[in-house]
Design a protein around this ligand. Sequence first.
Ligand SMILES: [Mg+2]
Length: 388
Amino acid sequence: MTVSHRAARLEVFPIELPFVESFRHATSDRTASDSVLVKVTLENGVTGWGEGVPRAYVTGETQETMLEHLTGPLAKALFGRAWSEPVSTGDIMTIGQRLPTPNGGNVIAGNAAHCAIELALVDALLRSAKASLADVLIPASSEVLYSAAITAGSVEGTEKVAKRLKLVGFRDWKVKVGFDDDDARLAAVRAIIGEEASLRVDANGAWTVEEAEERLARWSKFRVETVEEPLGRARRADLGRLRAKKLAAISVDESLVTEADANALFAERSCDLLNLRLSKLGGLGATLRMATTAHAEKLDYQVGCQVGETAILSAVGRHVAAHLIPKYVEGSFGAHLLAEDIGDRPVTFGHRGVGVPLRGVGYGVDVREDRVMAYAKSSHSIDRGSLR
Ligand SMILES: [Mg+2]
């Protein structure tokens, strides 16, 4: 029997949660998490939490546009109908599709806002059923293997970080590139991680097709397996030309935000791997749909993250990765990155970069509301009654 619920209250909390150390890459400097957290309370009193990470250079969103979308069209859709407890992946996908994806202005797609409210709603519905997401997205493996990530910085700094991460025993490594000292940094990393480790680079759209060709040809000595977002969204049309050179597998990240993007990339056969990030794509349903399409197109994919994700997105990413077993996984940085996380238990990786599937109701992590309040820049509450 299907059990459904109506939402009674929506709360939105833009946060500023400091990083342990600055995490710099080719298109932005960042010293704190700027996630927007969402709490949905159902009429039965059960609550759920969601999270979205605005990135102006990815979806065009900011905390302000997220707030506007969440308290406007998304709140209206949330309160406008009853929601059934999900018992299948199909149900999870349907929930997301019944919430709009706002756009307009500089926003390509309001995916971070959509992700935040969808995750909060699904969490509340699972908790009403006293179920875990792992009961619906059944883990296909007992471990999720996270990649090491090295951001920009001096060659010395890169060596220091690589040596520290090497002790963890990661199999897969990703290095941010697009800087003058890339060659020296990559040489240092390859020397430290050894010959067996897989190495990929992320250029965050820093290059023209000629620059990409020249660098990737030179870097064959470092055995760069995959290059992520070499050209950027604006130069996406050149991607097929680069791929034809077969210098490295081509991964798309900022070039893949909407389903229309995916259709264009697939039609042009211009990529080998998709970076699927929950907040970027619009949440659980959108990510699962994109993974299904990737399977059909015989493309690899990774489950990625946004820098600064809290325990909520880390936990959902863990569930998705344990269920799908993608080629690579990134995320679960937790306390490695955040001064303090907002969950009641750590969601991080351990030795070898291994994270275990999470159990427990909802996403398997309980949000510590006192911590949310401590880092909230503001709070916004809407009751269903007030919208009538
Ligand atoms: Mg990327």
